[in-house]
Design a protein around this ligand. Structure first.
Ligand SMILES: Cc1cc2nc3c(=O)[nH]c(=O)nc-3n(C[C@H](O)[C@H](O)[C@H](O)COP(=O)(O)O)c2cc1C
Length: 192
């Protein structure tokens, strides 16, 4: 079997870069569209495309981060100064943040679970597409992915869920290796 050595090596060493270690430049608008075309090419039972994208870039990231910080501070008035700074920069660490939104809903044939899994596949595919174009990426959720109170602010519609906020930018430094699970603990060959 011929081996695609470059792809194999990439998959064997793939690594996320923490968002705070990213800098400009991020992908251009054309590159973002290219990334999303690749990201959309995922297994999707029934061809439902049960996901969509919201792109946060430029000054809009600052506006939204400051609105998110207001909500966080209202909920926790005793918030420490360093946490306030974190809240004010939620969407500004990377030049581009792409929300992968799961629109999974009951369907006569396709289980909702499969639709949700497809959105997860989109997130990883988007992350890998970013790497293919030379960018670093990080799949994050954080509190505002689960807080329906801020969904209108972020453009997430009722009934939708956030599969991930994929942060994309240029790597400032290599993040180093991350401990991986012991494969022997995870694998069972049925019948043995
Ligand atoms: C659905 C999902 C949500 C995640 N959310 C966060 C998060 O909010 N904060 C965080 O530090 N890491 C989060 N992670 C982990 C990072 O995406 C990433 O997996 C980790 O930093 C290292 O992964 P790597 O194997 O790609 O290097 C999340 C991962 C997944 C799959």
């Amino acid at each position: 079997m011929p081996v695609n050595a470059a792809l194999k090596s990439y998959l064997e060493t793939r690594r996320s870069t923490p968002a705070f270690q990213m800098s400009e430049p991020g992908p251009s608008r054309d590159e973002i569209m290219e990334l999303l075309a690749i990201a959309s090419r995922v297994p999707d039972h029934g061809k439902l495309a049960p996901w969509r994208f919201i792109v946060y870039s430029g000054a809009e990231r600052e506006r939204l981060s400051s609105e998110l910080a207001k909500v966080a501070m209202a909920r926790n008035p005793a918030m420490a100064e360093d946490m306030i700074k974190v809240e004010k920069n939620r969407l500004t660490r990377a030049p581009v943040v792409i929300g992968v939104i799961s629109c999974a809903k009951p369907h006569v044939k396709i289980p909702e679970w499969e639709q949700v899994l497809s959105a997860g596949a989109v997130c990883l595919n988007l992350s890998m597409a970013a790497h293919a174009l030379g960018y670093a990426s990080n799949w994050l959720t954080e509190w505002f992915a689960f807080d329906e109170g801020v969904f209108p602010l972020l453009g997430v519609k009722p009934g939708e869920r956030v599969a991930g906020f994929i942060h994309i930018g240029t790597q400032k430094m290599h993040p180093g290796e991350r401990v991986r699970p012991e494969l022997a603990d995870l694998v069972t060959f049925s019948g043995e």
